[in-house]
Design a protein around this ligand. Sequence first.
Ligand SMILES: [Fe+2]
Length: 258
Amino acid sequence: MSHLEMHQFICRTDNYGLLVHDHKTGATASIDAPDAVEIEKQLKKRGWQLTHIFTTHHHGDHVEGNAALKEQFGCVIIGPRAEADRIPGIRKEVSGGEAFAWAGRDVKVLACPGHTKGHIAYHIPSEYSVFAGDTLFSLGCGRVFEGTMDEMYHSVTQFKSLSPSTYVYCGHEYTESNARFALSVEPINRMLQQRAGIVSQLRQEGKMTCPSTIGEELKANPFLRTDSPAIRKNLNMEGASDAEVFAELRRRKDVFKS
Ligand SMILES: [Fe+2]
């Protein structure tokens, strides 16, 4: 079986658009729908017909294109059951722990409460790809708006058990400011220093910094590194639990001036 083709682009200001295409069946999914006009343009460029939208959560910058794209393509919108009343055009409701078949592959649904209450991520193990929405970002994680810090800690931590070769596709290009925060809490991390250098070079060239991989995130993303002695020392939290360190990191990031 040939691999799915991923086509990623920036839309709105810092949202990622992502089209996932299966050459064999022609199936094409948009991961979220931040901008119908841009998504349509990118589809046209590739000669693809949109068959599905995988929605991660109800925020406007992730569902705004749903209605227009559904009207134009008649695509099936899949999204979180817990937020179904806030996902325009939703036809198939899914929850964490479930799986469904798409283009001959298994798609596993991960529950990710925290950023929103019903946030989900989509994992396609055979493609080593996870669509993390606004839960896990490169070198960072999403803000906790609707859930608790504890929920977000568990949501983010579950990504650690995915294969290190898994590509992480996330909802926003926030990597450069995430890198600045990460360096402020773990300045001696060589892998982080290296990645921050690559990220700033890419941004200077106007290029995207994602996807990264789970392996890269494990080495540099402070929200996956709550057991790092350097981070704990920096926060003066050597004896705290991982969930407590996570919550403190998230609180500090909320007010961090990058
Ligand atoms: Fe969001």
